[in-house]
Design a protein around this ligand. Structure first.
Ligand code: SER
Length: 316
């Protein structure tokens, strides 16, 4: 029997590309997309789609039964900026969706679960440079608190009920196909769009704010690799690292292609969130346990982002 995968939050930034990639490898009929809203045309037309509220356990259960799902990728979440605006709603979504899936896995309804954590689990008191896998974690954002609590729930279900739950602490993810929504690292996607449409960008973070980032293809590849790896018994939400840069540095990489591109800085409330997060991440544990290796540099990513966005806009 086919190993059916269900993506919850499939219309979102990472969910869309993860779904399309999994459909490419495993076949369209093996990957069921679900979200509270419809996704882009490619996602909607390439396979089954179900409207689903990730906080509704019965509806999740119905879909799992309908398609005989054995793997769940829980990508639905409220990101850092939106979560500050709706703390209670963010907590409900980020926590309840996870607890529902963990319960269903405990009941034997699904065999394997992927759940993304984030660099937002770290806080001001965490060492910001080369942040270790195991370190002080005192997040100050609602999003970070929900991700840290989620990590502990995952560890609990793994230790107590032997649930096969796997997790990565994603950095800021950059892609040309889908836009992020409500995150602190969103500037690193917006900047490419504005560079092409306006030739300038007013950044909501300060010039030298360094944050860990990753091109989407690396993030999707990491997720797929982790899900098929033979892992040690203890639960770990893995640090993974690819690139890190400041708004000034990404602007310079754009200027190599668009010499007249101009950047200005108007840091707002999002600056405080960025200041509480690491600048760079130590991912030696992921390298050791499942051979994680990124491919995309800042220069390579900038070239692909600008070329792909330009091509798409010309086509329209
Ligand atoms: N990209 C996320 C955010 O900015 C971090 O996980 O909220």
């Amino acid at each position: 029997m086919n190993n059916i995968k269900l993506i919850i939050g499939a219309s979102g930034q990472i969910g869309t590309e993860l779904t399309l990639y999994l459909r490419q490898i495993h076949g369209n009929s093996s990957v069921i997309a679900s979200d509270i809203r419809e996704g882009n045309i490619e996602l909607m037309q390439s396979g089954s789609f179900e409207l689903l509220d990730a906080t509704d356990k019965n509806s999740i259960k119905t879909i799992i039964e309908k398609y005989h799902v054995s793997e769940v990728y829980l990508m639905a979440a409220m990101l850092s900026v939106t979560a500050e605006e709706h703390p209670k709603k963010a907590w409900d979504l980020n926590m309840n969706s996870l607890l529902h899936i963990l319960e269903l896995a405990k009941e034997g309804m699904v065999k394997k679960v992927f759940w993304p954590s984030s660099i937002a689990v770290f806080g001001k008191s965490t060492p910001h440079i080369n942040t270790p896998q195991k370190t002080i974690m005192e997040p100050t954002t609602v999003y970070g608190i929900s991700k840290l609590a989620g990590e502990r729930w995952c560890a609990y279900y793994k230790n107590k009920y032997n649930v096969d739950i796997r997790s990565i602490r994603y950095p800021g993810i950059i892609s040309w196909k889908t836009k992020p929504g409500g995150g602190t690292t969103d500037y690193a996607v917006e900047i490419y769009h504005k560079a092409l449409s306006k030739g300038s960008y007013d950044c909501f973070l300060a010039k030298d704010t360094r944050l860990p980032m990753m091109y989407m293809d690396d993030a999707v590849a990491a997720t797929v690799k982790l899900m098929s790896a033979d892992l040690p018994k203890t639960y770990i939400s893995y640090n993974i690292s690819a690139i890190n840069f400041t708004p000034n540095e990404i602007a310079k990489s754009i200027q190599l292609h668009i010499p007249n591109f101009e950047i200005s800085y108007s840091p707002d409330f999002r600056q405080e969130i960025a200041d509480s997060w690491p600048e760079s991440i130590n991912d030696s544990q992921a390298k050791k346990d499942w051979n994680w290796k990124p491919v995309f540099s800042l220069e390579k990513m900038t070239t692909i982002m600008l070329e792909s966005l330009e091509k798409r806009n010309v086509k329209r």
